[in-house]
Design a protein around this ligand. Structure first.
Ligand code: SF4
Ligand code: SF4
Length: 368
């Protein structure tokens, strides 16, 4: 049971770590922002990560993502992965991937599974091996050990312990992991952004090797990458029959900042840009959205606004609502309830979306 430090409301949907309820964050964000910023700084310090994006005037600029770090000599970027050594930015280049990978038999619990070639056979025969789920085939799941956001509810936060690992996998070694039964690669993490140079190279090598068969390139990302990398990712997915799955974590700027420590502006802008590619290949779906239903924070109001935004771009964009499991700094919140998930699905459909799905249903609880 947490207490909002502003309105003193007590509820099991108020996180002790954040310290404020959703309504007060929405209404008084600028006033409470400094305290929320401290929560994020503290959570990053615990892992040896920079508390804020470095902005040294003499620092070397990294242009990969929204954080626009200027990394001082001997320091690291906000992601902890990119660092300046001997006058150069290192980390995440094609020969030094900091990642782990595994095979996932298809169909799998991938965010896009309910609409993609691997899960449904859509796009057959050009992009799928069968008219239904691709039994007998597998996904190469690539987990990058760094991220450009700081989500307090990160469902995979253990990667933070590996961000500074010296174990490296080259893009060639990763591409070599694609075998005859692999029909898609999914880059996620953490986030693929800080290691996009590695992922792009690995994808090109893997596609070259698989030029006579199907190999879809997919991304699961916070969507805050900068150009020209957004276009390069999109191009690979478009040509290979893959997709880009963007996590639209919250609509309200304050809620997004409280949860992730960063604005959602770049993510929304990139999502809109990518929606302009859809007509080039409507099937299988090229662009997907997902939202984790964090009790007390990502409520119907957030989902309604996100769904309205997506529907305004294209009502056929698939939208996956994912059940939350208490994790990391938000370990004191309950699991998403069935009622919360169903209400959000209905509200998203009322906004005009035609393909709304509830994921991780096994996690849903009866009520708070
Ligand atoms: S990838 Fe993003 S967070 Fe990492 S150093 Fe570059 S700009 Fe900073
Ligand atoms: S990686 Fe892409 S094609 Fe494979 S299961 Fe996930 S969304 Fe479908």
């Amino acid at each position: 049971m947490g207490t909002c430090q502003y309105c003193v409301k007590e509820a099991n949907t108020v996180s002790d770590a954040i310290g404020y309820c959703a309504d007060c964050i929405r209404t008084h964000f600028e006033e409470i922002r400094p305290e929320i910023k401290q929560v994020h700084r503290h959570s990053r310090k615990a892992y040896g990560l920079p508390e804020e994006p470095p902005a040294s005037s003499e620092g070397m600029p990294c242009g990969l993502c929204i954080q626009k770090c200027r990394i001082p000599k001997g320091g690291t970027g906000y992601c902890g992965l990119r660092k300046v050594e001997n006058g150069r930015i290192k980390g995440g280049r094609p020969h030094e991937g900091n990642l782990s990978f595994y095979y996932d038999p298809l169909p799998t619990n991938c965010v896009g599974d309910f609409v993609c070639p691997g899960g449904t056979g859509c796009g057959y025969p050009r992009y799928a091996h069968s008219k239904g789920p691709e039994y007998g085939h597998k996904n190469l799941a690539v987990f990058y050990h760094a991220c450009s956001f700081n989500c307090l509810y990160c469902q995979n936060y253990h990667y933070k312990e590996k961000t500074f690992s010296s174990l490296k996998i080259t893009s060639k070694e990763l591409a070599d992991a694609v075998d005859d039964a692999t029909s898609c690669i999914c880059y996620f993490g953490g986030d693929p952004t800080p290691q996009i140079l590695h992922a792009l190279k690995a994808s090109k090598l893997a596609l070259k090797k698989a030029d006579k068969t199907i190999l879809r390139i997919c991304w699961e990302t916070n969507g805050a990458i900068r150009e020209p990398f957004l276009t390069k990712m999109a191009d690979l997915s478009m040509k290979s029959g893959g997709c880009i799955k963007i996590d639209l974590k919250a609509w309200d700027e304050g809620i997004h900042y409280a949860l992730c420590g960063v604005t959602n502006q770049k993510t929304l802008e990139n999502f809109e840009t990518l929606s302009g590619w859809i007509s080039e290949r409507p099937d299988p779906p090229f662009l997907l959205a997902s939202t984790l239903l964090v009790p007390g924070y990502v409520d119907e109001r957030e989902v309604e606004a996100i769904a309205g935004f997506i529907a305004g771009l294209d009502p056929e964009i698939p939208y996956s609502l994912l059940a939350f499991y208490p994790h990391f700094y938000l370990h004191d919140l309950p699991t998403t309830s069935r009622r919360h998930a169903i209400c959000c699905k209905e509200v998203a459909e009322r906004k005009g979306l035609r393909r709304v799905h509830i994921g991780n249903v096994h996690l849903l609880c009866e009520d708070y």
